[in-house]
Design a protein. Structure first.
Length: 310
């Protein structure tokens, strides 16, 4: 994974005798869609179960995630006003936040956990996420898809549901408030509601290639519907299958700022240490709130409390 660093001198901090840390921007992307696969990721509708597609990323130190970009297909059409809502959840890697395996899927190794990190969920319908959708291609085709063929073992292998064509849409997401994540391995799960259609997240190359930012271990994408919960299936290995089963990444990116020397969640001094680290990095907690995209200092402090109490 590549983390771009932007050094600066915080003159105000020097003036009051506090040595600032080096501010660092964080950027991760799996790269551009490769046309191999599209998988459903949307809430329940009158004809379909809630279905979630997730792919992984790593943060190597505590990071404030300010936004994301999601690329997928809107089917059967690409009418941008038909996108009604976007929700993003973040999961840790199994067996964190999970019960023992149920036996309903071939494997849970390296899957998303059973449940999301509740304090990291952002939802446009609840005012914690803003999004803007832009049509990239009115007619984009993929070789295979996974929409409804998501079954418990031993009926998990369906080989996919075949080619699909739709409007390629890029959704830019801003989190309000931003999300603070400790150093760890995570899964990113977007869910998009479309009026009169579906949103299928597009695949990206695996292994990651330029302009993506490679990292190890790069886990493959997983999927589940509400009938399979709390379990997940590997889209390539478990559903598409075959003698040489493919594996997939999904097309998304996340951006933010790292917090050097932040506190550790669960530790008694986490809040004070994190506030001090931000004040040093940005020459004051009020500057930190503005630079990181928080509307108020109180909003930043509330997210720090949630982060430290996890």
């Amino acid at each position: 994974m590549v983390v771009r660093r932007l050094g600066f001198v915080a003159l105000v901090a020097i003036a009051v005798g506090v040595a600032p840390l080096s501010a660092s921007s964080f950027f991760f992307t799996t790269g551009s869609p490769d046309g191999r696969l599209a998988s459903l990721s949307g809430p329940a509708t009158s004809s379909k179960l809630e279905t979630e597609t997730a792919d992984d990323f790593i943060v190597s130190e505590t990071t404030v995630i300010r936004g994301a970009i999601i690329t997928g297909l809107v089917v059967p059409n690409a009418a941008l006003p038909s996108i009604e809502n976007v929700e993003v959840e973040i999961y840790r890697v199994f067996p964190n936040d999970s019960r023992p395996p149920s036996g309903n899927v071939p494997s849970r190794a390296n899957s998303p956990s059973d449940v999301e990190i509740e304090i990291a969920t952002r939802d446009a319908s609840r005012g914690t996420l803003a999004f803007d959708a832009a049509l990239q291609n009115a007619s984009f085709s993929v070789q295979n898809s996974v929409v409804t063929g998501i079954n418990k073992a031993p009926g998990n292998v369906t080989h996919g549901e075949g080619p699909v064509t739709g409007g390629e849409v890029q959704i830019t997401v801003t989190f309000d408030p931003p999300i603070i994540l400790a150093s760890d391995h995570y899964f990113f799960r977007p869910e998009v509601a479309v009026n009169g259609g579906d949103f299928l997240l597009l695949s990206a190359p695996r292994p990651i290639v330029s302009p993506g930012t490679p990292f190890l271990p790069d886990l493959q994408a997983w999927i589940r519907n509400s009938a399979l919960k709390p379990d997940w299936l590997r889209i390539g290995t478990d559903i598409v299958g075959g003698d040489s089963a493919p594996t997939f990444n999904m097309a998304f990116s996340v951006t933010g700022e790292t917090i050097p020397d932040a506190g550790t969640p669960g530790e008694p001094n986490c809040q004070g240490t994190t506030v001090s680290a931000l004040a040093r990095e940005f020459a004051g907690i009020d500057h930190a709130a503005a630079a990181l995209g928080f509307s108020t200092v109180a909003g930043l402090q509330e997210v720090i409390r949630d982060f430290c109490g996890r």
